[in-house]
Design a protein around this ligand. Structure first.
Ligand code: ATP
Ligand code: ZN
Length: 292
């Protein structure tokens, strides 16, 4: 199979924590493509887009060098590689922190206690910058995986590693003492591609689709019946996205009200609505939310 030079190219992680989430993001944006394990390249059937699947460490450089126009990768990798790419949008998944952690019984309790100590990490560049900014001199030991076992092997006094739930740290009797970076998956772009009008148009179309899907994921659609007399109060409860849709019902004194509600406010809103006399409250997920 050959790459089509006019098509936009996006590079995703082949295997690992972000791989499936990235493919889901593309699919939910209506993009149709084949995928099976071991595949390095897939043309998209219904959009001028080719998808490349690679190790995440290579993604920033491929985008920087223009091999691909776009990429999806953790912010931690973009910063570690110090790649010259444009960070377009945070994608809300793959969230984690790059944190310094030490054995529970350690006397190290802040970054300043690391002076003269050994710190193991797979993110040596980020750690070096972090320590330099704080004028702390420590020995950075570069490890590519299983960083969390290095203190118990007496290879390091502290580690700097990615943490999501913290369970890996806990099971290795380590505790976090400092957050170096908050990370999540980002859509990144090649600077030249953004300047090319044809490519820019395709990139903007894709971004619009991704964003409408990400917005929808954190919003619910709520429908309810309510007495007309409660309408004004209900409007003040529904968070100000847009005015709700109000539909008359056969019963004269009742109306149906529809509105989108952000997920984080959802239970608060529902509890308040019930107090106004709203009933038959239905909540449905939203697939896509195109605004503006
Ligand atoms: P690859 O084989 O592509 O090099 P990898 O082993 O470097 O994969 P993964 O473990 O699949 O990487 O993690 C990919 C990204 O997922 C990380 O760079 C980070 O942005 C994000 N992530 C989220 N939570 C975690 C976590 N608890 N541990 C590691 N990475 C995490
Ligand atoms: Zn990697």
């Amino acid at each position: 199979m050959k790459l089509d030079g006019d098509n936009l190219k996006i590079v995703l992680q082949k295997q690992g924590r972000l791989a499936q989430l990235c493919r889901e993001l593309l699919r939910s944006a209506g993009l149709d493509f084949e995928y099976h394990e071991g595949r390095l390249f897939s043309p998209c059937q219904n959009f001028p887009l080719d998808i490349l699947f690679l190790r995440d460490d290579d993604i920033p450089e491929y985008v920087q060098d223009g091999v691909a126009d776009l990429g999806v990768v953790g912010l931690n990798v973009v910063q570690e590689k110090a790649a010259q790419v444009i960070q377009l949008d945070a994608l809300g998944f793959g969230t984690c922190t790059l944190s310094i952690a030490v054995p529970r019984k350690s006397s190290i309790s802040s970054v300043y206690d690391l002076e003269g100590k050994r710190i193991a990490t797979s993110h040596p560049h980020i750690v070096e910058v972090f320590l330099d900014q704080r004028k702390v001199k420590a020995r950075i030991i570069q490890i590519s995986g299983s960083v969390e076992i290095t203190p118990s092997l007496d290879v390091a006094d502290a580690i700097c590693d990615l943490v999501s739930t913290g369970s890996t740290l806990r099971s290795n009797e380590l505790e976090p003492i400092e957050v170096v970076l908050k990370s999540e998956a980002f859509l990144i772009a090649n600077a030249q591609s953004l300047k090319d009008p044809k490519r820019r148009e395709l990139i903007d179309r894709l971004r619009m689709r991704f964003q409408s899907n990400l917005r929808a994921r954190c919003t619910k659609y709520v429908m309810m019946n309510a007495p007309k007399t409660a309408l004004e109060e209900i409007k003040t409860i529904l968070p100000g996205m847009k005015s709700p849709t109000v539909v008359p019902l056969a019963e004269d004194e009742m109306v149906a009200i529809h509105s989108a509600v952000p997920e984080e406010l959802f239970w608060d809103v529902i509890e308040k609505l019930r107090k106004t006399g709203a009933s038959d409250i239905l909540v449905v997920p939203i697939e896509n939310m195109v605004t503006g």
